[in-house]
Ligand binder design. Structure first.
Ligand SMILES: [Zn+2]
Ligand SMILES: [Zn+2]
Length: 361
């Protein structure tokens, strides 16, 4: 075993993700090279240990083999040094374990960039909706409940107290942008970011709305009905415009994408716009042929059973399948006929069958 990462972070081998994160934060703050008494070597070591122990897969490898294998996504493996997170020009450090921690250090991060994106247009939301075959066949309406950001009712999304004076933002001097320079272990990083105070608008209300603290949006539970597009299939999605996250300060709301998951049906199976079902016919009906009532999604129909039908014969019923996605017409229903051999016979039935047997049937 090369290095004892648990000892480096001062945690037990069975430490939880949370304990590891806490220990890392504390040590990283103490040993950060920008801090008095901080050393780069120690800081790198702490980061190396955290990269492995905060990653489920790497930690498992390390526990089993005492090392983490290089290759693939495994940047930042022991000896590989200080990798594993990437500078992203748009926002800051990528990687969920690091972004919040680096925000702590440097006072910047993705928050600013995110906020500016939000003020332009709200983010899209994706949900999965479980529906029945009937919902899809008839294009029924279904209720969707979700939590999303909606414009603050108190200030209509402006973030200002009613009649508040609008002033130039003091933080950015009205430019909407802030310039920051940070000395880090990677060197000096200069960044232009969106002013977090005014969200890039350069202007800010003198008195912020008390309801949303000036954000203009609030996360709330929302419920509304959507119409299921007739004929949609599982894993397909439809868009509900404007039902994504709403944006503050007059920005456009994002869209909601509903991914459909169609439950399996007790009677019908489906392939595209065609439906399939089984239908049992009696022994004598199969031999003689005749009419049989068969249920479909579109009401019962009378099926003509041809004389002498064999078990497994498929009868096609045009236009009784699912609506086509084009909006024109429906697919077909395929009925598989299964001939039932009687398991129990009455005395009379047995007599008659014996007669038939003598006739060569
Ligand atoms: Zn500002
Ligand atoms: Zn408000």
């Amino acid at each position: 075993m090369a290095k004892d990462y648990y000892a480096i972070l001062g945690v037990a081998r069975g430490a939880s993700e949370d304990e590891i994160k806490k220990a890392y934060r504390k040590l990283a703050h103490t040993h950060h090279p920008d801090k008095k008494g901080g050393t780069e070597a120690k800081f790198k070591e702490i980061n190396e240990a955290y990269q492995v122990l905060s990653d489920k897969m790497k930690r498992q490898q390390y526990d089993m083999y005492g090392r983490v294998f290089e290759g693939g996504q495994g940047a930042g493996a022991p000896g590989g040094g200080f990798g594993g997170f990437q500078w992203d020009a748009a926002g800051g450090f990528e990687g969920e374990n690091f972004s919040d921690i680096f925000e702590d250090f440097f006072g910047f991060g993705r928050q600013g960039a995110r906020a500016s994106a939000k003020s332009a247009r709200g983010e899209d939301i994706q949900v999965t909706l479980g529906v029945d075959l009937e919902d899809v066949a008839f294009g029924k309406e279904k209720e969707i409940r979700l939590k999303r950001h909606v414009a603050c009712a108190q200030c209509s999304g402006s973030g200002a107290e009613p009649k508040s004076e609008i002033i130039s933002c003091e933080t950015c001097g009205g430019t909407g942008q802030v310039h920051t320079q940070h000395r880090t272990v990677f060197g000096v990083i200069a960044q232009t970011g969106v002013c977090a105070h005014c969200h890039g608008r350069g202007k800010t209300p003198k008195h912020k709305c008390a309801h949303c603290h000036g954000a203009g949006i609030r996360q709330e539970s929302d419920a509304f009905t959507v119409k299921i597009p007739a004929g949609i299939d599982s894993r397909e999605a439809f868009r509900v415009a404007g039902k994504g996250e709403e944006a503050p300060y007059g920005g456009k709301a994002g869209d909601l994408y509903v991914i459909v998951s169609v439950a399996s049906h007790s009677e019908f199976s489906r392939q595209g716009s065609d439906l399939y079902k089984n239908s049992r016919v009696s022994f004598s009906q199969a031999a003689l042929g005749g009419k049989q009532e068969v249920s479909t999604l579109w009401g019962a129909i009378t099926l003509s059973i041809p004389q002498g039908v064999q078990s497994g014969t498929v009868i096609r019923v045009p236009g009784k399948g699912m609506p086509k996605k084009s909006g024109y017409g429906k697919g077909d229903l395929f009925v598989s006929v299964f001939v039932e051999t009687p398991a129990k016979l009455s005395h009379r039935q047995k007599e008659l069958l014996d007669e038939l047997k003598k006739e060569g049937l």
